[in-house]
Design a protein around this ligand. Sequence first.
Ligand code: AMP
Ligand code: MG
Length: 589
Amino acid sequence: MWNISCVLLCALVAATRFKPAHVLEFCQVADPHCHSGEVEASGSQSTAHAFRSRWNTSAADLLRDLDHFRLSSKKLQGAFPIDEVDSNFIRTVNDCIFSKSTPTPMKGPLRLAAVSKDVLDWILDLDVAVTQTDDFSQYASGGVLFPGSVPLAHRYGGHQFGYWAGQLGDGRAHSLGQFTNRRGETWELQLKGSGKTPYSRSGDGRAVIRSSVREFLCSEAMHFLGIPTSRAASLIVSEEPVLRDQFYNGNVNTERGAVVLRLAKSWFRIGSLEILSRNGEIDLLRKLLDFVIEEHFPSIGSDDPDKYLFFYGTVVNETAHLIARWMSVGFAHGVCNTDNFSLLSITIDYGPFGFMESYNPNFIPNTSDDEGRYRIGAQASVGLFNLEKLLQALHPLLSPQQQQGAQTILKGYNDVYQMRIQQLFRAKLGLVSEEEEEGEEDAYLIGFLLKMMEDSRSDFTMTFRQLSEASAKQLLNGDFTQMWALDDLSSHKLFTDWLSMYLLRLSRHQNDSDLDRQHRMKNVNPRYVLRNWMAESAIRKAEMNDFSEVTLLHHVLSSPFVTQETAEEAGYAATPPLWAKRLKVSCSS
Ligand code: AMP
Ligand code: MG
């Protein structure tokens, strides 16, 4: 019989036993090989070296010639029935997982605006020099297909803003196929913005420069923050005109099309299962689920009678962990619809996301989200809503007893989330040791701090960062002239009360020096996140074909825990400029 403690245990065990393969590779901040190295730039180089030698690869092994780069669409194509209609017109599709659909080449000269050397080196086994060829721009924008690629568009549905939206699907993305690298990892490559598919509804199948720059930069930034995410290999911009009403106010502008080559271990979403369940395509539902479990949840036995329940438990657990991680860096996804929630619990589909600046649980990154359904403080409960929808989708495959078990698992979601949030925020405050009474005290310290931050509108990222950078002595002296976020926070009338409690709590750490505390904290509290104004400034230049700021941001955000001179000069850790307050981001992309 399932009860809460059994489920919680299951969820905790799931963190190790049922950990999907993807989780293992994300950089854990406690890991010395993590990208979030020490506070000096030179430290990150030796870290990178250590990371590299772990896999025993060298630059000389990387492919320098795209002719030898092969993708395979066999597994995805072979596993499922493919849409019988073979032409590329918009329609309702039934009884399949994918439709064949060819990317539409972009018009005009193509420019490589950004490339991720990390993805090229570590995922695609490619020497970054290959990206400097015209061939690469063609491959990475859909003009030419990589050898072995049979492009597919995925059929999925989803709940959007709380309501069932029916068929959605890849309306402007093409799955190019899978690549298995030398470490034996299989990644699925997708183009986003590569033209119409059967799922384009009324859309043009394109993505514009601003949204593509944002997706490229943010997915890479999230990876280096240690947060499970899809990755981005490259960003190509074109001269193709694309019409967009950016703020849905009748003001249509001509922008330019761009394509991101993006990667994930799998792009299947909650909505991938929902559409099959809703349509009564139960055999296909089972087939897709078996495939996902077999490929991505290796610890779940394929003949285990409870495999769907274990799968569900893992997704519940990992989704709680993912959202807690988002919250720990002040990330609001912006459009937490079930079609944007990955079955592997990675962050996907970057749209009107935002990193919260002044601490505010009601922060809404998406100006089109009138009701604030996806405000930052609601993400955990929206996660619960989405997991309920996942359970509804699984319903036809679960026995009554398993359904009861799944309900109990779902009831444990909030506890798993709270536990993870406490862990992450304790680490952000540099708190170690886990006496039970300290757990409560720590929760109080964290809650107290967040309330003060809310009252004083202190910057989320920099408050934690400056608490990490300040010595205990500096904190005691209250000299925050060089620390603008702490200066804001210290204006709170209860600040000194909180500080005394905090320093007292720290003083109870045995064998811990203030330097150790600062070091620990600097490794989990980033100095740089992709603030809207930073993205916007880079986008404005990119729209004029100046990609220098995209490159700079990409570089800086690849070591977000390391203080960097160029970033400081650019003001990336300074008070946001006044014009940042007027910025708006909408769903239009
Ligand atoms: P999103 O809000 O980006 O998750 O997109 C929701 C749905 O709309 C997905 O099915 C997308 O493929 C589709 N979509 C978004 N933009 C476009 C576009 N420009 N052309 C075609 N389909 C689109
Ligand atoms: Mg989406």
